[in-house]
Design a protein around this ligand. Sequence first.
Ligand SMILES: Nc1ncnc2c1ncn2[C@@H]1O[C@H](COP(=O)(O)OP(=O)(O)O)[C@@H](O)[C@H]1O
Ligand SMILES: [Mg+2]
Length: 220
Amino acid sequence: MIEINGITKVYRTAEVETAALDGLDLSIGLGEFVSIMGPSGCGKSTLLSILGMIEGADGGRYCLEGQDVTRLSERRRAAVRRDRIGFVFQSYNLIDNLTVYENVELPLVYARDRSANERRLAVEEMLAKVHMGHRINHFPKQLSGGQQQRVAIARALVNDPALLLADEPTGNLDSENGRDVLQLLLDLKGSGATVVMVTHSQQLARQGDRVVQMLDGRNV
Ligand SMILES: Nc1ncnc2c1ncn2[C@@H]1O[C@H](COP(=O)(O)OP(=O)(O)O)[C@@H](O)[C@H]1O
Ligand SMILES: [Mg+2]
């Protein structure tokens, strides 16, 4: 599913250069659930944003589903991102002036392959799964952190992504909400998707198939 070799990423500011990724190799099989762990600042979020094509790498190779994505045009990359990838951010990234319903519907609106009626059914089903069916007309600011994260997860899953990337998806949740979120990711894996989750929790990480330990921009 994912094959990356020698990925590097350097952030430059006026004063410093930070090698966020320093020659990372990673191979992830179709349908695998991989947990990424490592100390703060070791490059976990950078790795996810490269896997999700939110950012480009400076060097190395990234093949997704057999395609070298570094060679794709920006337009093709956007299409792959839209059609194949779901992303759950640590800080939810919901759109404040859209309702819960509208936030979750957004990926389906962009994909443009379903009628309004089909979208409604899909959104309602997904929100029921994350136990947020009773809050569809609320705005994000009117929800607790755990509820916002559940909505963000519904948004990431509504398109049936082949690859789900989750950056500390349970980081801001209590343990019960955290377990619910993990269960959703495990269900997604059960339906055939590949899941990559960054977490600080040993206990959650162990629920996946494999733990990848990172240190200073590399896997150890
Ligand atoms: N946009 C950015 N500009 C400059 N430095 C950055 C940026 N994003 C991340 N970094 C630096 O890159 C390193 C890796 O960051 P990150 O991938 O966020 O680590 P992690 O998610 O493991 O905590 C850190 O040293 C961080 O300060
Ligand atoms: Mg991070």
